[in-house]
Design a protein around this ligand. Structure first.
Ligand SMILES: Cc1cc2nc3c(=O)[nH]c(=O)nc-3n(C[C@H](O)[C@H](O)[C@H](O)COP(=O)(O)OP(=O)(O)OC[C@H]3O[C@@H](n4cnc5c(N)ncnc54)[C@H](O)[C@@H]3O)c2cc1C
Length: 437
């Protein structure tokens, strides 16, 4: 029996502040038996539960989450639903099949989300208008050249942009150069994840505020939540970096804490100063750089810190400190808007692995794990969730074949070495962010 020592920190900050409050579904208060149990209701778990329900219309599927919907990475991310991953460095012919495989997974996730949004009439500010990748410093400019070369070699539709063109599009002189990848979407993450949870198929039951505290593995899995026990024939863990103590993936993913701020709604004149595009999303070509968006309701959001914080959200004090970094980056980019206050401030924790891969694994005949997307899990998590359902049902699909080829995440040492290693690795990964911060 494994005991979960995670602290499921709750707070309602960030994108959820911008939308009407959602009433959480019930927590589980009496014992139940189920064939299918999904643990974790972010993009991965929700997608997995949906696919399980489609494949097994006669079965009941149960999904539990320790928190309320949206109080996880899925509700707190920056909303870039990427179709094409950015692999840093020079294009390598020998890696072509790897590039293609990863993008097929991204695309499958994007297609699934797009269909769900259209079919269910989901209002989540979905914009299929592509994603900017920009360079603010010399190293990132080199990276921009590599990426443009990569996109050209792979015949991915893209538009290289000079400093002047970027200023015309985005209203900032900050970037030296950039490229717009035309395939990719932006979403309001909290709106999307709320709707995905509220529009689950009828044979799925969701319990929120239901942390799994213990699990014993066997022919059937027995999971203990605060007021009940769940007996499940098959369990899919979609817990990102959190998992049960002694659960094998625990040592392979670690939670890194990111933070960002969102302005008030800009006035018409302020919006005019931001160039020609009605909304946009910028990803940095420095892996530790800022992500900056002009949202469809006319706000700017900026996310530019990442650190190891013992896998927890930032405290109010820490957040206020980080906001000074957000502010500096905002003022650097938009000197015409220095008077515009931030209205929202938030942090979020994301799973990363030491070798930057994801986790897609069958841990035993009736226990599966999908998660850890290193900051890019909207489309990948959706695809991994679907595909994990297929895997658990002994189905075959091209997507499953692609997911199964995911390199194994390397082992991480237990605490306290984990903390030291994670702190150091995160520092290294974000070293030299410089102007891109
Ligand atoms: C600030 C930030 C910005 C990001 N920006 C982007 C972006 O722009 N684009 C992008 O693609 N990705 C982005 N990401 C990453 C992306 O959000 C994640 O990869 C993705 O949401 C992971 O989804 P998930 O369902 O696997 O995990 P999560 O959303 O973390 O969900 C896992 C769930 O499991 C639950 N859980 C854990 N343990 C238990 C337990 N024992 N019992 C019950 N429930 C449990 C948790 O409560 C949680 O709700 C960002 C992440 C952050 C934090």
């Amino acid at each position: 029996m494994s005991v979960n020592k995670a602290i499921f920190d709750h707070e309602t900050r960030g994108w959820v502040d911008l939308i009407p409050r959602r009433v959480a579904k019930q927590n589980l208060s009496s014992d139940l038996k189920t064939k299918w149990l999904v643990v974790g209701a972010g993009f991965t778990g929700l997608s997995c539960a949906r696919r399980l329900a489609e494949l097994n219309p006669q079965d009941k599927v149960v999904i539990v989450d320790a928190r309320e919907i949206g109080q996880n990475a899925s509700g707190r991310n920056s909303g870039y639903a990427v179709a094409h991953s950015h692999f840093s460095g020079l294009f390598k012919e020998s890696q072509l099949s790897q590039y293609e495989r990863v993008d097929r997974i991204n695309q499958a996730g994007l297609n699934s989300l797009r269909s769900l949004i259209v079919d269910n009439n989901i209002d989540c500010d979905f914009s299929d208008s592509g994603i900017y990748h920009t360079a603010a410093d010399n190293n990132s400019s080199k990276e921009c050249d590599h990426f443009i070369d990569y996109l050209a070699k792979r015949k991915i539709n893209h538009t290289p942009l000079s400093r002047v063109q970027l200023e015309e599009h985005l209203g900032t002189k900050w970037y030296k150069k950039g490229v717009k990848v035309e395939n990719g979407a932006l979403v309001q993450p909290a709106k999307l994840v709320f709707a995905l949870a509220d529009k689950l198929p009828k044979n799925v039951t969701l319990y929120e505020n239901t942390p799994v505290l213990k699990m014993s593995k066997g022919r059937v899995n027995v999971l203990v939540v605060p007021n009940a026990t769940i007996t499940a024939e098959k369990v899919i863990m979609a817990c990102n970096y959190e998992s049960l103590a002694h659960g094998q993936p625990k040592q392979r993913a670690v939670g890194v804490t990111l933070s960002g701020s969102i302005t008030r709604v800009l006035s018409k004149d302020e919006l005019v100063s931001l160039g020609s595009q009605p909304l946009w999303g910028v990803l940095s070509l420095h892996s530790g750089g800022a992500t900056v968006r002009l949202t469809s309701d006319g706000r700017i959001s900026i996310r530019n810190t990442a650190e190891y914080n013992n896998q927890t959200l930032l405290t109010d004090y820490q957040l206020l400190k980080r906001q000074q970094i957000h502010r500096q980056a905002f003022d650097n980019r938009f000197p015409q808007l220095v008077h515009v206050p931030f209205e929202h401030l938030y942090s979020g924790v994301e799973g990363v692995s030491a070798n930057k891969t994801n986790i897609f694994e069958k841990l035993s005949d009736n226990l599966f794990y999908a998660g850890c997307y290193n900051g890019s899990g909207i489309t990948k998590g959706t695809a991994f969730g679907m595909s994990m359902a297929e895997f658990a049902c002994d189905q075959k699909s091209e997507l499953l074949t692609d997911c199964l080829e995911t390199a194994k995440a390397s082992w991480l040492p237990p605490k306290p070495f984990l903390d030291i290693g994670a702190w150091y690795t995160t520092k290294q990964r974000f070293k030299g962010v410089g102007k891109d911060r």
